[in-house]
Design a protein around this ligand. Sequence first.
Ligand SMILES: [Zn+2]
Length: 270
Amino acid sequence: MPEGHSVHRSANDFNRLFAGRALTLISPQGRFNAGAALVSEQTLVRASAVGKQLFLRFSNDLTVRIHLGIYGKWQMRELEPDSANPLNLPVVGEVRARFYSATAVADLRGPTVCEVLSPDEVDLVLKRLGPDPINPDQKGAEAARFISKVLSSKSTVGQLLMNQSVISGIGNVYRAELLFRAGLDPYRPGNSLTSDEVAALWFDAVKLLKIGVKTGFMITRDELATKRPTKTERNFVYKREGLPCRLCGHEVSIAIMASRKLYWCKFCQR
Ligand SMILES: [Zn+2]
């Protein structure tokens, strides 16, 4: 499942290709016909991301909300200036929604959610979502919201990081890596942490997600952030169970937490 950085990259791509332009929206597969008709031919005001959800706001104040889930995928491309009419572009596979202008096309396949919301409905969704470390106001209210949610919970910090109402956009890779970088045992309850420890987690999430948005990869080893590390080099503990910890040499552990695999070092994380 994509983590928050990739959804922010999709929002950036959408703004670059379509913001300020009128879009045609169709549902080649048919399952989004009614929704598409509500916003088709409207101008895209802005694309934005909160955690793993993408919001496309149109000039008639309606918003398309998209959550890719496990199987969803975007395919976006610019069209050659003299290329054929975008109407005639072939549809490959089950395309739930196709957004297009005279210059670009975005195809959406297999999302968990693709729906049209009124402004009030958007507010309801946003209220349920925890703060997103990549969105503005990172140093003020949003950090404070995260800190107070963690400090007031008896759940383990490993569960809290995967809870999208506590913090938006963190998935399995960032969870394991943030906890390793902080030297925190994933099984510690939120209310056993100090506010400094929780604040440090937040600001490290801001740092790592920014690297992810910039590079497109979840690189969590600082010395590799400006290089092009391979999948097996990028991380400290993620998918490295049984291998020696990069810091202490002990075996990296694995367990299931919040129904996902958790990777950590029992010696470095206390
Ligand atoms: Zn270690």
